[in-house]
Design a protein around this ligand. Structure first.
Ligand code: ADP
Length: 259
């Protein structure tokens, strides 16, 4: 992938703008700065290498050169998107998952922000916003996708196992094609972000549904229960040992080890 091959592949999508970097600290940082300076809707930042890629809570996201997709999409929210801001991570997750489905894979969404293939992390999402007072001025959807095997961090550095599209398919698809597919999916799903169907589609792709999980929400706070589904705002609903619904807005989900 290079700037001209990417531009050519994305030509039909009517991007607001495209900035391509051989190497960049973080595509989200670049996109946030661009958005604050007035980037158009559907503008895209892509980097072949990310040296300061971020996950949630200042965790690091690994993007070595030539092996992965690191991109951040800027969306100017419509009125409907504004009333469903917390669904933005679902918009990204569904778009990524559908791109994997199209490759013949069986993606699952590890709530809230990871895509699993064969129960291993293949992609991560980081949504950030630029505010204008009380209003969301722009949304920045960051995505990191392990395309080649060499994108996968060493096992001993990870809390959760990881894989790549190449590991799953036997060969690495062209990064331009994956980016095209994801962006087309975003265009389609953003039209439906306010619908019940959107939540259903998101829920259907959740990993660990119906299974016993635990959620660590930072510090000593943790929840245990059966993963039930999603609330309308994208929060996770679990069913605890007293058969009571518990709603969780933030945290790290893992399967509960069986004794
Ligand atoms: P999670 O939602 O799983 O906590 P984050 O979105 O916060 O993950 O992403 C950061 C974490 O993901 C890091 O702490 C690291 O363990 C893991 N990680 C970093 N780079 C990659 C990668 N390329 N593929 C899979 N996992 C990664």
């Amino acid at each position: 992938m290079n700037e001209s091959s990417l531009k050519k592949r994305l030509a039909k999508l009517n991007l607001g703008g495209l900035r391509y970097f051989e190497s960049l600290g973080s595509t989200n940082d670049e996109a946030l700065a661009w958005a604050a300076r007035g980037a158009d809707d559907f503008s895209l930042v892509v980097a072949d290498e990310q040296t300061q890629g971020r996950g949630r809570l200042d965790r690091k996201w690994f993007t070595p050169k030539g092996s992965a997709i690191a991109m951040s999409l800027i969306l100017r929210p419509t009125a409907v998107m504004r009333s469903h801001l917390s669904r933005t991570v679902g918009l990204a997750a569904l778009s990524l998952a559908d791109a994997c489905l199209k490759l013949g894979l069986s993606p699952k969404i590890k709530w809230p922000n990871d895509i699993l293939l064969d129960s291993k992390k293949t992609a991560g999402i980081l949504v950030e916003m630029v505010w204008a007072g009380e209003d969301a001025d722009s949304l920045v959807i960051g995505m990191g996708i392990n395309v080649h095997k060499s994108a996968v961090p060493p096992r001993e550095t990870l809390q959760f196992p990881a894989t790549s599209l190449e590991d799953m398919l036997g060969n690495a698809p062209k990064r331009e094609d994956i980016i095209f597919q994801i962006l087309s999916n975003v265009q389609r799903w953003r039209e439906q972000i306010g619908t019940e169907r959107f939540i259903q589609a998101w829920e259907e792709k959740l990993a660990f549904r119906g299974e016993a999980i635990q959620i660590h929400a930072g510090g000593a706070e943790s929840h245990q229960g059966i993963l039930d589904g999603l609330e309308s705002d994208g929060s996770l609903r679990i069913c605890d040992e007293h058969n009571k619904s518990v709603i969780v807005r933030f945290g790290d989900v893992s399967l509960r080890p069986t004794a």
